[in-house]
Design a protein around this ligand. Structure first.
Ligand code: ADP
Ligand code: MG
Length: 725
């Protein structure tokens, strides 16, 4: 024990603020992030061997192995063991251990413990580990443990099942007060042969020796905002591993989140600048086709639609390529705006392409486009992996011109490289979250850069559009067409299915149609969710003599198309489906949607789903089934009963889950957020944006002194040669 103290060169418990500044005192042992652990003085060889075996070979790899959580092991008033839904941490002493055997193989290891420091109430707690009989060789009477888990009370016994534990006193290892207890202690995620205490001790020792210069700032220092006055990367990292208090810890996590957002924003802003300097063509014309289109529409565009269209046309008229996001709730009328924009491309002598995420949607767009555009003399073609359809007789298609507007799926991407869209002026990408950033880049990289319009119906709070679509300009349609039927939403226990059936039958008698949505295709072993296939049988009986149909992602394309066509034409009255109907399907006569196991979906996804109804003039009804007695689900889904404003729902999702989570589910494929994911603080995103814009304004190539590591973090791919003038 003495040795360790000496090696640490500090008395435990002393604030590391001071020791940190002086830790460079022995010049011989100055370490950097690249120093192999076996060259760091004072570390225990056994611990180093263990870490190296798990790939933690350098000091840097330890510094970046962040704690999964922290436990408060400062001396606290012991308030007793209390049952609670949240896990708690207790310092306990083992009083008794025993093994209960079940049959040949099964067994439980139990220990009875009391509070280690003071136990005025003489309370005892039973810790149980099922199937872990070997623990009898690990835990023994009189040992002191830190345990972490949920306490419950069953028949007057206080129990903690499968707690995480750590032996703090009494094992063969020495005790290090000040590292493993008597402070806020980091708890690291373990894998393979890693053990908590040696990992923690070694990280502590490394942090003590690491000079601040080894962790240079990423954020521009004086401008990091009043919130972070005096904060540095070195200090934040240090606090993260060994905080002196929870306020400091939160502050450090926020600072590190800001760093992450800053790098993301540098990438986005840089990409945005790069697009702007990448070829492009000015598409402007008198607007003859547009006027004719507006004339022929059976409705007037909403103010938000017109405003968005104006923004798009202004971009298209510029010589630089457009990169714009058209962002609007389901049913807000994005498609009409996109078609109008494509007409501008056509009138200026170019072609428009619209890419949908699925075949069904491509076909639906194709039908709409034909209906509206053919009377104007526009040639529309459908190209999907399975199908090539041209909307006019081949003899009219002059060989050299091809179609004016092409609608398709991903197949279009490949088509372009084959030179089949020689005059491509505008690409519209529908529901872009199904397309990756890489695919977008691919399209743009192919020769002359067309204008790109990305449409998404995922309502994203403004601060997050900056992160998710930070390289795009944004137009938002925040207004719904007026003569639209209302959607009334009701959350109901699944046991109310008979009443709901009656209600649906009445709507079907009136000539309306219905969606019935299940979260899964087949009964899965793990999830007891209802499945569309069994659901079909059940609902066919319930709704007889009305016809039902089935739609799910594993059906082949022809079968899918057939049932969609029947539903659109009205020969199928009720469509039982999985979430494949989520995006874009447009059947205005469908006014009822039943969603089974609605509690399995997020709010935003349920909102997307119910956007399939309420598309005609009739009032529509969404019925969300939740398990009987599931009060939590009822409370969570209540917001959907209260509002149909997608942005409000997205905001709620955001405050509930934090931006990292929301981004995480939307931005698959991008680098994961480690700190940003923990925080519900969207201001950080805006701050990061501002800082990134300022940095790139001063140093667009990030080549100034001190920016080399920034450039490396942002990634070379956004620094192509000669792309910035
Ligand atoms: P989105 O793609 O945003 O979900 P769509 O463009 O598919 O919405 O429009 C949904 C439905 O509303 C379509 O049937 C469309 O014809 C109709 N629509 C679009 N704009 C208007 C409007 N301004 N007034 C009335 N109906 C509209
Ligand atoms: Mg749409």
């Amino acid at each position: 024990m003495q040795d360790t103290r000496a090696a640490l060169a500090i008395p435990p418990g002393r604030s590391h603020e001071n020791t940190f500044a002086f830790s460079m005192s022995s010049a011989a042992s100055v370490i950097s992030l690249d120093t192999p652990l076996d060259q760091v003085e004072g570390l225990r060889p056994a611990a180093v061997r263990m870490l190296v075996k798990e790939g933690l070979t350098t000091t840097g790899s330890l510094v970046l192995h962040f704690p999964a959580r922290h436990e408060d092991r400062r001396r606290m008033d012991f308030k007793g063991f209390c049952p609670s839904e949240t896990p708690v941490c207790h310092h306990v002493r083992v009083l008794k251990t025993r093994v209960l055997r079940f049959g040949q193989r099964g067994g439980v290891f139990e220990t009875i413990v009391e509070a280690a420091e003071a136990n005025p109430m003489h309370q005892q707690l039973t810790l149980r580990w099922f199937g872990m009989v070997y623990l009898q060789k690990v835990l023994a009477v009189d040992m002191e443990l830190m345990v972490y888990g949920k306490i419950k009370e069953i028949k007057d016994r206080l129990l903690m099942d499968h707690p995480e534990y750590e032996i703090v006193r009494g094992d063969e290892d020495d005790d290090e007060v000040g590292i493993h207890s008597s402070r806020i202690v980091p708890v690291y995620r373990l894998r393979g042969g890693l053990k908590q205490k040696p990992l923690r001790r070694t990280t502590w020792q490394v942090m003590e020796q690491l000079p601040a210069a080894a962790l240079p700032d990423i954020l521009p220092r004086p401008k990091a905002g009043g919130d972070f006055a005096g904060m540095t990367r070195a200090k934040a990292m240090r606090t993260l591993h060994h905080p002196d208090g929870f306020d400091e810890l939160t502050q450090a996590q926020r600072y590190l989140a800001l760093e992450e957002f800053y790098i993301m924003q540098l990438r986005a802003v840089r990409r945005k600048l790069q697009f702007k300097h990448h070829g492009g063509n000015s598409q402007r014309a008198e607007g003859r086709l547009l006027a004719a289109f507006a004339e022929a529409l059976p409705f007037q565009m909403t103010g938000a639609q017109s405003r968005s269209l104006d923004e798009i046309l202004a971009d298209m008229a510029l010589p630089q390529p457009m990169n714009r996001l058209l962002h609007g709730d389901v049913g807000s009328g994005k498609t009409v705006v996109a078609l109008a924009a494509m007409l501008m491309a056509v009138e200026s002598g170019r072609q428009g392409a619209l890419m949908a995420p699925t075949q069904i949607l491509a076909e639906q767009h194709y039908e709409n486009a034909r209906r509206w555009l053919e009377p104007l003399g526009i040639r529309v073609a459908l190209r999907t992996a399975d199908k090539v359809l041209e909307s006019c007789a081949p003899q009219i298609l002059e060989a050299d011109r091809g179609p004016d507007i092409v609608i398709g799926t991903h197949a279009l991407l490949y088509e372009r490289s084959a030179g089949n869209l020689p005059r491509l002026g505008l690409v519209v990408i529908d529901e872009q979250h199904k397309f990756g950033v890489a695919q977008r880049a691919r399209l743009i990289a192919q020769g002359e850069t067309p204008d790109v319009l990305v449409m998404t119906a995922t309502p994203i709070p403004r601060t997050l559009t900056l992160t998710l679509y930070g390289d795009l300009d944004v137009s938002t349609i925040d207004e719904r067409p007026r003569e639209r039927g209302k959607i009334i939403t009701a959350v109901r226990e699944a046991t109310k299915v008979d009443e709901v059936t009656k209600f649906v039958l009445t709507r079907l008698e009136e000539g309306r149609q219905c969606y019935i949505v299940y979260p899964l295709i087949d009964e899965s072993e793990k999830l007891d969710a209802g499945a569309a296939t069994t659901g079909l049988e059940e609902w066919t009986k319930r709704l007889a003599p009305h016809t039902t149909g089935l739609l799910h992602g594993r059906m082949d394309t022809e079968a899918k198309e057939a049932v969609m066509r029947q539903f659109r034409e009205g020969s199928v009255k009720a469509l039982v489906s999985t979430t494949v109907i989520e995006v874009g399907v447009d059947v205005p006569n469908a006014t009822v949607m039943i969603i089974h196991d609605a509690s399995r979906f997020g709010l935003a996804q349920l909102h997307q789903l119910r956007g399939r109804i309420g598309r005609g003039a009739h009032t529509s009804y969404a019925i969300l089934f939740v398990p009987k007695g599931d009060k939590e689900a009822v409370a969570r889904l209540k917001l959907l009963e209260e509002t149909t404003d997608g942005f409000k729902i997205a905001e709620e999702d955001l405050t509930r889950r934090g931006p990292g989570d929301v981004l995480g589910s939307a931005q698959s494929g991008q680098s994961p957020l480690r700190f940003g994911a923990l925080l519900a603080d969207t201001r950080l995103v805006t701050t990061a944006r501002r800082l990134a814009e300022r940095t790139l304004k001063e140093d667009p190539e990030l080549t100034k002194p001190g920016h080399a590591h920034l450039r490396a973090m942002v990634g070379e791919e956004v620094f192509g040669e000669g792309t910035m003038q």
